[in-house]
Design a protein around this ligand. Structure first.
Ligand code: ATP
Length: 238
């Protein structure tokens, strides 16, 4: 039987007078990769921000592992293993790669566990290992994305919210990021993926939801969505 990791029920969110999410409901099952698709401004990033507590939901309920997290502060949500890798990566420049990774596990008291996690991150991202003492500001866009994902892994997440991990990357790096998302998922991390690159997202995902002006307008398993004429026309090109 599958286990529901994340569940949104009639969630609304607003920025002042702008209604960014209009009663959205969806769920993510353990072990899945679920993707949120939609054009610019549809509300994808707001959905992730609302789940991770960066934006306060104005209505509805968000449950993580069965627990109501709707009004929980972000740091308590993180402590439960729900980790958000935001668009634009937000790495700490002026600090080394290693220091950035350590920040991902600063609440962890067990040094052996911290070392084990860092070795795991270095195994997944050898480039971060090679450059661990370099300033994060010197990394390329792709490497910054890897660092942001590596830092998230230092927390040993149950659910990763990934916002546009392929943004601005050359095609070979997009493939690399895809490979890494697949690997993390095969290691047991459940993933909610926001992507402009719908082709990539639907190749990776088990299930997808399409957002339009703050509402879910289409949903289905990924192979079905790949064949859906409206989706092909709007997001996959003809
Ligand atoms: P994109 O791919 O462009 O990030 P998106 O689907 O992630 O698009 P959101 O960023 O969630 O969309 O935006 C949803 C709506 O909320 C849009 O109308 C946007 O202009 C508005 N919005 C987003 N962030 C803010 C903010 N900080 N203040 C005011 N309005 C915002």
């Amino acid at each position: 039987m599958s286990e529901t990791v994340l569940e949104l029920e009639n969630v609304t969110a607003r920025y002042g007078r702008i209604e960014a999410l209009r009663s959205i409901s969806f769920s993510v099952q353990a072990g899945q990769i679920v993707t949120l698709l939609g054009s610019n401004g549809a509300g994808k990033s707001t959905t992730l921000r609302t789940i991770s507590g960066l934006v306060q939901a104005s209505g509805g309920t968000i449950r993580f592992m069965g627990e109501d997290i709707t009004r929980m502060p972000s740091h308590d949500i993180v402590a439960r293993g729900l980790i958000h890798v935001p668009e634009g990566r937000r790495i700490f420049k002026g600090m080394s790669i290693r220091e950035n990774l350590e920040l991902g596990s600063f609440t962890l008291k067990d040094d052996t566990e911290r070392r084990r996690r860092m070795e795991h991150v270095f195994e997944i991202f050898p480039v971060l290992h090679e450059r661990q003492h370099r300033d994060a500001a010197l990394l390329s866009g792709g490497e910054q994305q890897m660092l942001a994902m590596g830092r998230a892994l230092m927390t040993s997440p149950r659910l990763l919210l990934l916002d546009e991990p392929s943004m601005g990357l050359a095609p070979f790096l997009v493939r690399e990021i895809m490979r890494i998302v697949e690997r993390l998922n095969s290691e047991g991390v459940t993933i909610l993926l926001v992507e402009q690159n719908a082709k990539m997202a639907l190749k990776l995902a088990d299930y997808g939801y399409v957002l339009e002006t703050g509402e879910i307008v289409i949903e289905g398993d990924a192979p079905t969505l790949r064949e859906d004429e409206n989706i092909v026309k709007a997001y996959l090109g003809t």
